[in-house]
Design a protein around this ligand. Structure first.
Ligand code: ADP
Ligand code: MG
Length: 674
């Protein structure tokens, strides 16, 4: 006895939704044998298509059992259903159900991609498609799109698609319904040929003439089988090959991605304009992100560099004896003032961060006189310095030269004067070699010979204007001082490596307090406080810029997300077709995810390029306004890394949410969606 290929027992199907409420199929019993050519005939609305969906494993009945190759399909998973549809059933629809944006060839090859989780059964789908197309006489229209084809051609394309896998069953729902008589006859002839070759054919129709081409005709009226007519005796029964009723092993995830990637890419390419609009938000978002991050880092680097040039890596150390020292305080050494040989010189050896160092004796509110002229009003400052002083403070010489080691060692009575002193005392003569005398209003008299004049520095509202400085060797300042306090060094100026500014302060302070205990008070002047404040400000600024860029990126992501949702709603029928042909839910989800991820990464890449040119243009523009800047090509690795991370996150989230929404996709409803 020939075993039934598909058998339905006591099938009932009811709908309870807004379209209908009640039984559509009532207690149907039917078995389709191998080699059968069955037509199911019935008026419109009698439940033919519903039965078609049940026989094609597209719809589960409300009650009853469907046996496929003798096995009850009730407990089969949705993936198993998809697999059986894909490998055993060739679907032909009244509406053809071709993907409108794919060529005839791509449409024919579609089923070969699914289920994407298992190894494909066809090695070279395109070649096979061509062979089938040749047989059906449509090989010349393979590059055309469905809208460019006649109804007859479209139906042949869908027959070719049904034949891609070597299926047992051809299941056709009103295949001639949209065709003229000539084409209808041609399609039936194809079915007859396929039947001769051993395929089992189930053809649904409401046309009696067409139905009579079958070997057996089943009449369906109002959801029940009204009559069965045997028209011809089945003459051909091939060997029985049982269906694979288990799922082959799954492919690794990356293979599955590989299988779906071309399909996703093809979809993007087919909808270029829509894809570009989707990408626009991400392009703008990622461009602004990379611009903000890069320019933020670039400007902060430039600002800090310019502060360093101004001497922010200059540190002043003040040390005074502690007036409030208690008798019981233990101190290894008692501090009175800094000693050059014991405190200052060893410091440079101990701290490798120190580049230069100078003692500083500062005595302000002095006057200067020469040749009968005087600069009064206590504007002059007498500074006892070491040879490193001009380098630390970056004071440039205009005439003559700076004080040298020689002058320091020999307590030479020489000086380097500020620009205003030279100008006011020696208006029309060369000040070099001239003698001046720095005095205060009591006994101090410091005579010295000018060996250098410094360039003018304009500092507004300074109480200690640099143009009125008189720099003398600190040794000479000590030797000529009239007060004990002024002969002691209480200030040191250091120039340090700018990178270590913050930790250096603490280390230096610790050094002096362990050495002198409580006997001295040490203050470390904070020129560098300014720079760290500046850094904080710059960081705040960068955070502000970055967050606004991230917001724009998120807006882009929401854009992709929304447009994807809209596009999914528009593509319900497409997904229905894919699922009918064997795509699993996961394939559909993965395809959407791949589409959005590809869009996001490509948009991110375009945004990156755009951003790169924008920030380079900004830098170029800035060089015209800020003469200190020079144009440079920059790529901030941290900015690039952060942007990539942000784009990927936005891409995954905006793709994942719409993908998850497709989970409950009913094939039957999806196929009838417009
Ligand atoms: P036929 O293909 O013979 O014209 P169908 O099987 O398409 O008939 O439909 C049979 C009946 O089931 C019709 O009354 C139709 O309105 C109803 N029906 C079909 N699909 C649905 C559905 N998804 N929801 C509710 N009612 C449906
Ligand atoms: Mg129908």
């Amino acid at each position: 006895m020939n075993e039934p290929l598909i058998e339905v027992r006591n099938i009932c199907l009811s709908y309870s939704n807004e379209r209908a409420d009640g039984l559509v199929l009532k207690n149907i019993n039917l078995s389709i044998n191998r080699g059968d050519f069955v037509s199911i005939l019935g008026p419109s609305g009698s439940g033919k298509s519903t039965l078609f969906h049940i026989l094609g494993l597209l719809l589960r009945p409300t009650e009853g059992h469907v046996f496929f190759h003798g096995i009850d399909t009730k407990n089969f998973s949705p993936d198993m259903h998809a697999f059986l549809r894909n490998r055993h059933i060739g679907f032909i629809f009244q509406d053809f159900h071709l993907l409108p944006h794919a060529t005839a060839l791509d449409n024919i090859c579609l089923a070969a991609r699914y289920p994407s989780e298992i190894s494909p059964a066809i090695v070279n789908p395109r070649r096979k498609a061509y062979t089938i197309a040749e047989r059906l006489g449509i090989e010349h229209i393979l590059d055309l799109y469905p809208t460019q084809l006649s109804g007859g051609q479209q139906q042949r394309v869908s027959i070719a698609r049904a034949l891609m896998h070597d299926v047992d069953i051809i299941l056709a729902d009103e295949p001639t319904g949209k065709l003229d008589q000539k084409n209808a006859r041609a399609v039936v002839t194809i079915f007859e040929e396929l039947h001769q070759e051993g395929k089992t054919i189930i053809m649904i129709t409401h046309d009696l003439a067409i139905a009579h081409h079958a070997y057996r005709s089943i009449e369906l009226i109002d959801g029940t089988i009204h009559a069965t007519h045997t028209l011809k005796k089945p003459h051909y029964v091939p060997d029985f090959i049982p269906a694979r009723t288990f799922l082959p092993p799954r492919l690794p995830f990356h293979k599955c991605l590989q299988a779906l990637f071309p399909e996703a890419l093809a979809h993007i390419m087919r909808n270029r304009m829509k894809s570009f609009l989707m990408m626009l938000g991400i392009i703008i978002g990622s461009a602004s992100l990379i611009v903000m991050l890069t320019l933020g880092r670039y400007t902060s680097r430039k600002i800090i560099q310019s502060y360093e040039i101004l001497g922010s890596n200059k540190i002043r150390v003040y040390g005074y004896p502690n007036q409030n020292q208690v008798a019981t305080d233990q101190a290894p050494l008692v501090f009175r003032s800094f000693q050059v040989d014991k405190d200052i010189t060893p410091l440079k050896k101990k701290f490798t961060d120190i580049k230069r160092i100078t003692p500083m004796l500062r005595s302000v509110f002095k006057n200067a006189a020469a040749g009968g002229k005087i600069i009064g009003e206590n504007r002059v400052a007498l500074m006892g310095i070491g040879p490193d002083y001009p380098y630390i403070t970056q004071r440039k010489i205009l005439l003559g030269h700076h004080l040298t080691e020689f002058h320091i060692e020999n307590k030479s009575p020489v000086c380097v004067v500020g620009f205003s002193i030279a100008k006011q005392l020696f208006a029309h003569e060369n000040p070099l070699g001239k003698l001046i005398e720095v005095t205060d209003n009591s006994t101090l008299r410091v005579p010295c010979r000018i060996i250098g004049v410094m360039q003018s520095i304009e500092k507004i509202e300074s109480t200690n204007p640099p143009n009125y400085h008189v720099l003398v060797p600190y040794t000479y300042a000590i030797a000529t001082s009239t007060q004990q306090w002024h002969s002691m060094i209480h200030e040191i100026i250091l120039q340090i490596n700018p990178k270590t500014v913050s930790s250096f302060h603490e280390r230096l302070h610790k050094h002096f307090t362990t050495r002198y205990g409580n006997s001295g008070t040490f203050n470390i002047g904070n020129d560098s406080e300014l720079i760290s404040q500046m850094k904080r400000f710059i960081m705040m600024f960068a955070i502000f810029l970055t967050s606004s860029a991230i917001i724009s990126l998120c807006v882009g992501g929401i854009g992709i997300h929304n447009m994807m949702l809209v596009s999914i709603a528009e593509r319900i029928r497409e997904f229905g077709i894919r699922k009918a042909l064997g795509a699993t839910d996961q394939s559909i989800k993965l395809q959407i995810l791949i589409e959005t991820m590809s869009l996001c990464s490509f948009a991110g890449f375009l945004g990156f390029l755009l951003g790169f040119f924008i920030y380079e243009a900004c830098i170029l523009l800035a060089t015209y306004f800020v003469p200190e800047l020079t144009f440079e090509w920059i790529i901030e690795p941290s900015a690039v890394a952060f942007s990539c991370f942000a784009i990927c996150t936005v891409g995954i989230i905006s793709g994942l949410l719409p993908a998850l929404k497709t989970k409950k996709l009913n094939v039957t409803e999806a196929l009838s969606a417009r």
